[in-house]
Every structure is written in C-alpha cells, then in structure tokens.
Design a binder for this molecule. Structure first.
Ligand code: AMP
Length: 428
C-alpha cells in the first residue's frame, strides 16, 4: 500500500514545541504571580462567541470585523466567530456571570489563543496568543497608571528589556465628535490620495483613516490634526494625571499622538509597547480605556481599561537562552529485562517526588545506554544490571563530572536518602 501523504497545518497556524513552550509557560506563571499581586484573578474564556459580540464591540467598520474574522454559520444557522481578541469576551462574561453586580470593580486576566485572518508574516500569525488584563468599573487615572505600571513590570520580569511604551489620549464622547469632523474635513481635502477603503471610511467612520495600513494613506494622515490637541478639559486632566503617576513611579514612556487603537470602543488613554529587534511586527503589547464598551454590550455605564501582550512576539523579543532545555537529573539504564521492573519502581519514586528522571528500555549494551544518557544531557546514569539487582544497589555514574568512581544507590533506600543522592549528583 502506498504511504499516505502527511498533512500540513493551516496557513498562519503553528504549533509551539517543547523547546519554546517552556518559555511560554514561564510567561503565564509570571503573569499569574505579578497580576495576582495587583489583585487580578484569572478568567478562562470561551474561544467561540456569537459573531454579534465582536460586530457590536469592535465596530462594524474595523479591519478585524470587516476582513479578518473566522466566522461561520453553526448547524442551526447562528453566526459564530473564533475570538479575534478577548476584551469583548471578558465583558460578556462579566455581565453574564453577574460579576457586574457582585464585584463591579473586577480585575481579570486571561491567556490564550486569538484568531485573525491577517496576511501571515514573521511575527504575524492567524492563530496567535495573548496574555491580557482588564480593570472594570474604574474610570479614574489611577486605574490606568496601575495597569501600565503592571504591564511595564511584567515585561521586565519576563526579560523583555528593550521596550518602549508610547501613550496617547483619544478623548471621549465630549471631545471626539468635533475631532472626528476635523479628521473628516482633512480626509476630504486629500481624498484623491486615499485608498478605496479610506473613501468608504470617510463616509462611515473617518477616525479609521488614522489607522489605515496603506503606505499612501499613512503618508497623508501623518499630517492630519491630532486628538491630543483637541482634548476637552476633563480628558486633558485625566491624561495629565496618568502621566504624573507614571512619572512618580519612574515609568519611562513617550507621548505619541499618532497612536490610535484599531477598535471603536477605545477612549482616553491608548498605549502601545514596541520592542526593538523584531522587524515590522514590533508591537508586543497594546491597550487602552474603553468606557463605552460595557454599555454597548447591554450592561450599565461601567468604565474599563486593559491591555493585551502578544506572546508570539514576546517570545521572539526575550533573549533566547542558548543552553536550551535542561536534561533529566538522572537516567535509569536497565542492562537486562529483569531490571526493567525495579528500574520503573525507582523512576516512579523519584518522579513522584518531583525529580525529572529518564528510563530506558533494556536490550542494549552499557556503552550504548550511556551514550543515550549523554545525548539527553542527563547528569547521572543509574545503572541496573544483574550484579546490582543481586546486591540491591544501583551503580550511579556522574556523567557531568565524568567520574570513574561509581557510587552505589540502595534500591530500598528511604525516600529522603534517594532524593539527597540524586539531587546532590544533579547539582554538581
Ligand atoms: P491588539 O489586540 O491588536 O491590540 O494586539 C495586541 C498585541 O497582540 C499586539 O501588540 C501584538 O503583540 C499581538 N498581536 C496582534 N495581532 C497579532 C498577530 N496576527 N500575530 C501575532 N501577534 C499579534
């Protein structure tokens, strides 16, 4: 029979193998620890949502909703979408679970895959991972400042040191409409230089002109009026207070009036973190305030502010430790079939005590087995042959120290003694 062909992953989708996933787990652990200290609890969100959730929260005219969502009709005809981001899901859960009443100032963090049908390239995938945090029910500048402080600290803790935080304010319902009109007028004046999508945006949502990715449009819009100069007094005071708190805590940032967030519900504080050395896709995190979102999703007038860190890019930005993953503390090498059972018993005792132990099948020469242990970068080889079984003691060879003098390890040694022997070997 011909061998069947292998099956490739879907374009833009990839797997994270152990050499890398170890680092990703460290990212998640660090998030749990640090975010916990700031009062955030983890929420494990649904991956699939009703399409309507994103249409309503992100805005019908955003790139994500218009072109990038993985949507399909369920068997009963309901339109469903693989989440392109998590804030909408967090707010849905906050309302649906009743947290909005029990804990209106909930602080929630999440980690998981998001899905957008963008053009794949280095640092841009169709399934990518985010760790994010959302503060609900707080419209004061302290909430923004704490969140930013936590984000910056998080990036430092996981080892992304070459990063730059950029801040802007997008105004609110009081000052944005007038600004939108100024952008519309500017866009109209430069209509002939704008792309067809932007012509449509001009009619439907002129602020979208500011984050068009087409080079010609970007060149035009670089000269457009900026929101920061059109803020109302309340938004100005909010922004200044956020900056003052960051200054007090010595958080480095730059003010960048060109930051617009792609999603309609953002207001006031908007930010982005860029990392050096990543090429074109150099944004590792972004976020901002979204005070109108909860109400837009049918809830009360509750404010919110949050961020999302892109793990794929964070992993690329964090210096890669050349040593790779660690080998086992010990590998047990049964020289004959009879030694397999006692070998498994020893391995189980050590593994259940939390020690990383390898166990090889019998049937090869000692030389071949030692080579295998070396390849795995094991520190100790624990040899179990006929002599060892008769004496009830394994021969332990320190592969790291290349010692010829073998040590003996009693197979029935008490737990503490076993651990002490293996760990001592493992630390030399
Ligand atoms: P956003 O939800 O668009 O604000 O994105 C927040 C962060 O998620 C970005 O700063 C990126 O680090 C990451 N991100 C967004 N889209 C992608 C993608 N297609 N591939 C990889 N990372 C992404």
């Amino acid at each position: 029979m011909p061998r069947p062909a292998t099956i490739a992953a879907v374009k833009g989708f990839r797997d994270i193998l152990p050499a890398e996933s170890q680092r990703w787990r460290a990212f998640e652990r660090a998030a749990g620890d640090l975010f916990g200290a700031y009062g955030f609890g983890e929420i494990r969100l649904a991956v699939l949502e009703r399409t309507e959730l994103f249409a309503r929260s992100l805005g019908e005219t955003t790139d994500v909703v218009e072109k990038e969502m993985y949507s399909f009709a369920d068997r009963d005809g309901t339109s469903l979408t693989l989440r392109p981001e998590a804030t909408a899901g967090v707010v849905r859960a906050y309302l649906e679970s009743g947290l909005v009443h029990r804990d209106p100032a909930a602080r929630l963090w999440y980690a998981g895959p998001m899905f957008r049908r963008e053009r794949p390239q280095k640092g841009r995938y169709r399934q990518f991972y985010q760790i994010g945090a959302e503060v609900l029910g707080r419209d004061d500048p302290l909430a923004d400042a704490e969140l930013l402080l936590m984000l910056v600290r998080y990036l430092a803790v996981v080892g992304a040191s070459e990063v730059r935080l950029s801040l802007n304010s997008l105004g609110d319902a009081a000052c944005r409409p007038a600004y939108r009109e100024r952008v519309r007028a500017f866009g109209e004046a430069h209509r002939e230089a704008l792309c067809p999508d932007c012509h449509r945006r001009l009619e439907r949502n002129p602020l979208r002109l500011l984050d068009c990715k087409v080079e010609g449009c970007r060149a035009v819009m670089a000269r457009a009026p900026v929101m920061l100069q059109s803020l109302c007094a309340a938004c100005r005071a909010h922004f200044d207070a956020v900056c003052a708190l960051l200054d007090q805590e010595r958080v480095a940032y730059v003010i960048d009036p060109r930051i617009v967030r792609g999603l309609d519900y953002y207001c006031r504080t908007a930010f982005e973190v860029l990392a050096s050395g990543l090429g074109a896709q150099n944004a590792v995190a972004g976020g901002g305030r979204y005070d109108g979102l909860v109400a837009a999703l049918g809830g009360p007038d509750v404010a919110g502010v949050g961020f999302a860190v892109g793990l794929d890019r964070l992993a690329a930005a964090v210096e890669i430790d050349g040593t790779g993953s660690e080998g086992p503390a010990a590998v047990i090498l049964p020289l004959e079939e009879r030694a397999v059972g006692p070998g498994l018993a020893l391995a189980t005792r050590l593994r259940h005590a939390g020690v990383h132990v390898g166990l090889e099948p019998a049937g090869r020469s000692l030389k071949a087995l030692l080579r295998t242990a070396d390849r795995q970068r094991a520190r100790l080889a624990v040899i179990l042959g006929g002599d060892e079984l008769a004496a009830g003691r394994a021969t332990v060879r320190d592969l790291a120290r290349r010692e010829d003098e073998p040590l003996a390890l009693a197979l029935d040694a008490p737990e503490a003694e076993l651990l002490r022997r293996v760990r001592r070997g493992a630390t030399v």
